[in-house]
Design a protein around this ligand. Structure first.
Ligand SMILES: [Fe+2]
Ligand SMILES: [Fe+2]
Length: 303
C-alpha cells in the first residue's frame, strides 16, 4: 500500500508545497505585552487576574497547545509507519516542521499575554509528553491515513473556534492562521484516502469505519481530558454537532464514502456499519445540543 501510494504522495506533496504559504510565528505574538516572571529574573509572579481570557478559552488553548506539544510522538508514529524515505519521508519531515510552528506560536502568545499559569502549563506539558501518544492501529497504513484525515480537520475546527471565543483579536488571528495549516494537512491526507479507496475499496472502507467509530481527539491522553472536553463542548468550541457536521460529514461527502458501489464482503458490511454509526451520532448530537440549550436557559433564568 505504501509503495502503491507513493506517486500520489509525491504529487500531493508538490501540490502542498505550491499552495502552502510561509508564515512566521513571531509576527503573531504581542511581545510588547510581555514582562519578566519571578524566579531567576526576579520579575512579577503570575496571578489569575492577569489573564484576560475566560476560563473556557484558557482550558481550550491549553488543550490545543498540549496536543501540539506531543509532536515528537506523532512524528515517531508516522515516521515509523510511513517511513523516512522518498516522497513519504519528505512529507513526514515537512509536516513535522509545519506542526512545530503551532506549539511555538501558541506558547509564546500564552506566556507573553500572561493568559495561563506558566508553572501549571509546564508541569502539564511534562506529564502529557511523558505519557506520549500511540496510534490505535500501529501496523495499518489505511487506518492511519483515515485517522489523520479526520484528526487534522478536528484540530482545524478546534483551533478556529477557540480563537473565536477567545475575545482577543490577536489570539483569534493566530489560531485562524494555524487552522489554515491544519486544513491543508487535512486536504493532503483526504486526497491520499481517496486514492486508497480506488486501490483497495473494501479495506479502505473498513479502516474509515473503524476510525470513525473509535475516534478520539489526539490530545485525549491529557490529564482530566474528560472534564476539559466537556467544558469545551458546553462552550460550543468542539461538540458532537461540530464533530458530525464539520469533521465527519465533509470528508465522507467529498470522498462519496457512503455512496460507493464498488464494495463487496466486509467492505459492504463496513459501509453499513459506518452509515448506522453516523446516523446515531447525528441524533446524539441533536440531544446534546437540546440538553445544552436547556442548561443555558436555566442558568440565564437564575441570573
Ligand atoms: Fe497543529
Ligand atoms: Fe496539522
Amino acid at each position: 500500500m505504501l509503495r502503491e501510494l507513493e506517486p500520489v504522495v509525491e504529487s500531493n506533496l508538490n501540490r502542498h508545497l505550491a499552495v502552502a504559504q510561509e508564515w512566521f510565528p513571531h509576527e503573531y505574538v504581542p511581545w510588547s505585552q510581555g514582562r519578566d516572571f519571578d524566579g531567576i529574573l526576579d520579575g512579577q509572579a503570575w496571578e489569575p487576574e492577569q489573564s484576560k481570557l475566560s476560563d473556557v478559552a484558557r482550558t481550550s488553548l491549553i488543550v490545543n497547545l498540549l496536543t501540539e506539544d506531543n509532536l515528537p510522538s506523532y512524528h515517531h508514529e508516522i515516521a515509523t509507519l510511513f517511513s523516512r524515505d522518498g516522497a513519504w519521508g519528505t512529507w513526514v519531515h515537512r509536516w513535522t516542521a509545519e506542526e512545530g510552528r503551532h506549539g511555538i506560536a501558541i506558547r509564546d502568545y500564552l506566556l507573553t499575554t500572561r493568559a495561563v499559569d506558566p508553572v501549571a502549563l509546564e508541569r502539564a506539558r511534562m506529564t502529557h509528553m511523558s505519557a506520549g501518544f500511540a496510534n490505535d492501529h500501529p501496523g495499518s497504513v489505511l487506518h492511519s491515513i483515515a485517522y489523520v484525515s479526520f484528526q487534522e480537520l478536528a484540530t482545524r475546527v478546534s483551533h478556529r473556534n477557540t480563537g473565536r471565543i477567545s475575545g482577543d483579536p490577536i489570539c483569534d488571528q493566530l489560531l485562524a492562521r494555524i487552522a489554515q495549516d491544519e486544513n491543508l494537512h487535512m486536504v493532503f491526507y483526504r486526497r491520499l484516502l481517496g486514492a486508497a479507496f480506488e486501490l483497495a475499496p473494501n479495506r479502505a472502507m473498513r479502516a474509515v469505519c473503524d476510525v470513525v467509530r473509535e475516534f478520539q481527539m489526539p490530545g485525549h491522553g491529557i490529564e482530566n481530558f474528560g472534564r476539559k472536553s466537556a467544558q469545551i463542548a458546553m462552550a460550543g468550541v468542539y461538540d458532537p454537532r461540530s464533530h458530525h457536521d464539520e469533521v465527519l460529514q465533509p470528508i465522507l461527502k467529498t470522498l462519496r464514502v457512503l455512496d460507493r458501489t464498488d464494495l463487496s464482503g466486509d467492505g459492504e458490511l463496513a459501509r453499513d456499519e459506518l452509515a448506522a454509526f453516523v446516523a446515531d451520532l447525528d441524533q446524539a448530537a441533536t440531544r446534546f445540543t437540546e440538553r445544552r440549550d436547556s442548561i443555558r436557559a436555566r442558568a440565564a433564568a437564575r441570573q
